[in-house]
Design a binder for this molecule. Structure first.
Ligand SMILES: Nc1ncnc2c1ncn2[C@@H]1O[C@H](COP(=O)(O)OP(=O)(O)O)[C@@H](O)[C@H]1O
Ligand SMILES: [Mg+2]
Length: 259
């Protein structure tokens, strides 16, 4: 039996590193010989574009299986050059949020759609949109675990409270086995007192729920997607690539996945 994990990367704030985490954690897991599928669940299609695809010219996206139960989700899977496969997204997806609103069981559509894929991948990572709307709820319902990227540039813990409450509600109603989420400090600037203070505060508040791996602020992480590459390809031996390899190890330990 191989382990299979669906991980939602969520935070209703934009610009905290969700998409960057999904792309590079996915590449790091793939490098360690896990089969990985990434799902772009943001209508902005940032993850899709970061992998070098033109989000306006896709025949199939995650929208298709969400809206049409007869659609074979495997037809929406693209190969990437970073290792993982990808189910892309574009603006069509914002219509899905509206169309699902009046459907019975609207919170469980993604979970249903992913059922037939579970056996094909060790890890499925879902890049959530920057909101707590129906798409993010669908990701939390489908997930076996949740990673919350938290920028150490601003004190934004108030927003976290709402997200944690939402995760609790999803757990009570739909997903009883969902473990406590883990937080990933991102955009850390060791030379600023502010960044260090925010990190301390995060650790003091959430203790063991905070990953030991810290993602530092670096222009390299913003540059890599311009060529459709993960940091593991773009700067293979950089400390930033190494950070994502460490994160992958931590994630596997956390979820007790055999290495
Ligand atoms: N550690 C980092 N250091 C510097 N820039 C980063 C880092 N992580 C992400 N970025 C950049 O910050 C912006 C927002 O990151 P992104 O991952 O898209 O956040 P989100 O998906 O939460 O909106 C992007 O332009 C990205 O390239
Ligand atoms: Mg994003």
């Amino acid at each position: 039996m191989t382990d299979k994990e669906i991980i939602a990367i969520a935070n209703q704030n934009g610009g905290v590193g969700k998409t960057t985490t999904t792309m590079n954690l996915g590449a790091a897991l793939s490098e360690s010989r896990q089969s990985v599928l990434l799902i772009d669940l943001d209508p902005q299609g940032t993850l899709t574009i970061a992998h070098g695809f033109d989000s306006d010219n896709l025949s199939n996206t995650i929208y298709n299986p969400l809206i049409d139960h007869t659609f074979n989700i495997k037809e929406a899977i693209l190969k990437t050059e970073n290792g993982p496969s990808l189910i892309p997204a574009n603006l069509d997806l914002s219509a899905a949020e509206v169309e699902l609103l009046n459907e019975l069981g609207r919170e469980t559509y993604l979970r249903e759609s992913l059922k037939s894929l579970r056996d094909s991948y060790n890890f499925i990572l879902i890049d959530c949109p920057p909101s707590l709307g129906l798409l993010t709820i669908n990701a939390l319902v489908a997930a076996d675990a949740v990673i919350i990227p938290v920028t150490t540039q601003y004190l934004r813990f108030r927003g976290l409270k709402l997200l944690l409450e939402t995760i609790e509600r999803v757990r009570d109603k739909f997903n009883l086995n969902l473990p406590l989420p883990r937080m990933l400090p991102t955009m850390f600037q060791s030379h600023t007192i502010h960044s260090r203070e925010v990190l301390e505060e995060l650790k003091n508040t959430f203790n063991s729920q905070v990953f030991k791996t810290i993602i530092r602020h670096t222009v390299r992480l913003a540059e890599a997607p311009i060529s459709g590459q993960s940091i593991l390809k773009y700067r293979k031996t950089s400390p930033h690539a190494e950070a994502y390899r460490n994160l992958a190890k931590e994630v596997k330990r956390w979820l007790s996945v055999h290495q």
